[in-house]
Design a protein around this ligand. Structure first.
Ligand code: 5GP
Ligand code: ZN
Length: 113
């Protein structure tokens, strides 16, 4: 999709620190980390948010979840991690391309909002 920041990152038009890639999924370091490990996992297909997953195939969605597990192992997050996907304005989604934050590497607060 034109003018989508994450589509440009996936396409290499905008540089990123890639940590993982497969046929359906791309993952890279968040530019403004909120935890010692903060990685964004995105489907290569442009899907705007969780609210639009009807436009994605089961294969594309499952690939994201499986990638999260692979990346957590690669990043040695054996003590745990949090997976977050902000959807829409109430959740402060700032980039309208579905993404999963992997946050880890430190003890987190025991509440989410
Ligand atoms: P959201 O607020 O939509 O849930 O998350 C968007 C995330 O994208 C934020 O954590 C933000 O730091 C990250 N981000 C925004 N622009 C860039 C960029 O150009 N490169 C990278 N690597 N991350 C970005
Ligand atoms: Zn996109």
């Amino acid at each position: 999709m034109e003018n989508c920041l994450f589509c440009k990152i996936i396409g290499g038009e905008i540089p990123s620190a890639k940590v993982y890639e497969d046929d359906d999924t791309f993952a890279f370091q968040d530019i403004n980390p909120q935890a010692p490990t903060h990685i964004l996992v995105v489907p290569k297909a442009h899907i705007s948010s969780m609210d639009d997953i009807d436009q994605a195939s089961d294969q594309q969605l499952a690939a994201c979840l499986r990638a999260i597990r692979v990346i957590a192992r690669q990043q040695k997050l054996e003590k745990g991690y949090r997976v977050v996907s902000n959807c829409g304005p109430d959740a402060c989604q700032s980039v309208p391309h579905l993404h999963f934050h992997i946050l880890g590497g430190a003890q987190m607060a025991d509440r989410m909002a």
